[in-house]
Write a protein that binds this ligand. Structure first.
Ligand SMILES: [Fe+2]
Length: 422
């Protein structure tokens, strides 16, 4: 593009320059011609045509003196009313027919600013300069106009085209050289940027794991619950067709749902028996602590939907807000089903694991009161398969599945596809 723009610019500049040279040279010749015919111009009505014709012929001959640039092939004199006084053409010139057509467009009038004029015309690839000069009489008044056609020679045209070609190839060379020099630099920078982006993603995922693991260590000594609820939630979200961008927040939220328990004292968090009413009120604050923690990280902010609302119930009897139905974020409604399901089928120090059928019975009893009916009904269709695959499997297998979910939703390729961010 730079080369093309430059070519056009050089083309215009070079032909303007050629036009000026032709015009200046023609101006000198016409000035000398004007001196020769000035006495005749004093009385236009009594002009001796043969003398004038001879002078016009001399004008054409003078116009040939710079052969390399081209030649004057036509000249004609008109009075101020546009009436022809005399015309001379170069009969030797091969393209006189083209010149005749060009002459048809002449106005035969003085230029408006009374100065000479020159215009470029191109006919069948041959460039011509159309010239107009005023002629003065002995009193210095403009009394006639001389029009001429200068045919630019092949040599001059080739010279101009050569300059254009040299400029264009020069520009292309510079552009190519600059590109060759800059290309490896740009590629290296892009590689480094990609690596840094990957490292940033790894760091963020690591943070997710560390925080999730930290709270698991205080609560139940295992990361398995966090892994399982994340796997169950994501599978349910995929089954109901949740947007991938929301699933990203669901993954982070599910993994960190009880992160706020870090802020609950051991006396309450690890109490073996049932909590008193006041203790339970304190326990409820883990939701607020959780929001406080995740909102400090730009990357973890979208976990808030689960962290802050996972104890809300569909009919409005949950905490901390008592939100009803769709006012509860969709990620929290999905997660609530997965969280309670896993709690029922898992063993704890204070209880045994419940059977699959019993757990599903209890879940379905909460349809419309605790759980969103749509999500619970969908979960009923996938629960057995999830139970068989993950309920009793090792932490390593769960970790592997978790890894594949993270890769699927946070990999670079995925982010490009989904237009998401790290
Ligand atoms: Fe919780």
């Amino acid at each position: 593009m730079i080369s093309v723009i430059l070519a056009v610019a050089v083309f215009v500049v070079e032909f303007q320059r050629l036009g000026r040279i032709v015009n200046d040279r023609a101006g000198e010749i016409v000035s000398s011609f004007n001196t020769q015919v000035r006495p005749m111009l004093d009385s236009l009505g009594e002009i001796d045509q043969s003398v004038l014709q001879q002078e016009l012929k001399m004008l054409l001959i003078a116009g040939k003196s710079r052969q390399w640039m081209g030649q004057l092939v036509y000249s004609s004199i008109y009075d101020l009313q546009g009436k022809e006084i005399g015309t001379e053409i170069d009969t030797q010139y091969a393209h006189m027919g083209d010149v005749d057509n060009l002459v048809q467009s002449f106005t035969h009038l003085l230029p408006e600013d009374m100065n000479s004029e020159h215009t470029f015309k191109r006919i069948k690839g041959v460039p011509y300069v159309q010239l107009t000069f005023p002629l003065t009489n002995s009193a210095g008044s403009n009394v006639a106009v001389v029009e001429g056609v200068f045919a630019v020679s092949d040599i001059a045209r080739d010279e101009v085209m050569g300059r254009i070609a040299r400029s264009v190839f020069g520009a292309m060379g510079i552009v190519l050289l600059t590109t060759l020099i800059l290309y490896p630099v740009i590629v290296t920078l892009i590689r480094q940027l990609t690596m840094m982006t990957e490292n940033l993603l790894e760091s963020n995922i690591e943070t997710l794991r560390v925080i999730g693991s930290a709270i698991a260590k205080r609560d139940s000594d295992t990361d398995s619950h966090n892994y399982r609820v994340t796997i169950y939630s994501v599978t349910l979200a995929e089954t109901v067709g949740l947007k991938p961008k929301l699933i990203q927040g669901l993954i982070k939220g599910a993994f960190l749902h009880d992160v706020g328990k870090i802020g609950i004292s051991d006396q309450i968090l690890l109490k073996p028996g049932k909590l008193s009413e006041s203790e339970f009120e304190i326990m409820k604050l883990h939701v607020n602590h959780g929001i406080d923690i995740v909102r400090r990280s730009e990357w973890l902010k979208d976990a808030t939907d689960v962290v802050g609302y996972h104890h809300e119930k569909f009919a409005g009897e949950g905490y901390p807000h008592g939100f009803v139905g769709s006012k509860i974020p969709v990620n929290a409604r999905i997660f609530a089903v997965a969280d309670v399901f896993d709690a029922l089928i898992s063993s704890r120090p204070y209880k045994k694991a419940m059977s699959f059928d019993k757990a599903m019975d209890i879940l379905n009893q909460g349809r419309g009161s605790h759980f969103d009916p749509f999500h619970l009904d969908t979960f009923n269709t996938i629960a057995k398969s999830l139970y068989d695959q993950f309920a009793a499997c090792s932490e390593q297998k769960l970790e592997k599945k978790m890894e594949s979910i993270i890769r699927q939703y946070f990999s670079r390729e995925y982010r490009f596809k989904a237009g998401g961010e790290v």
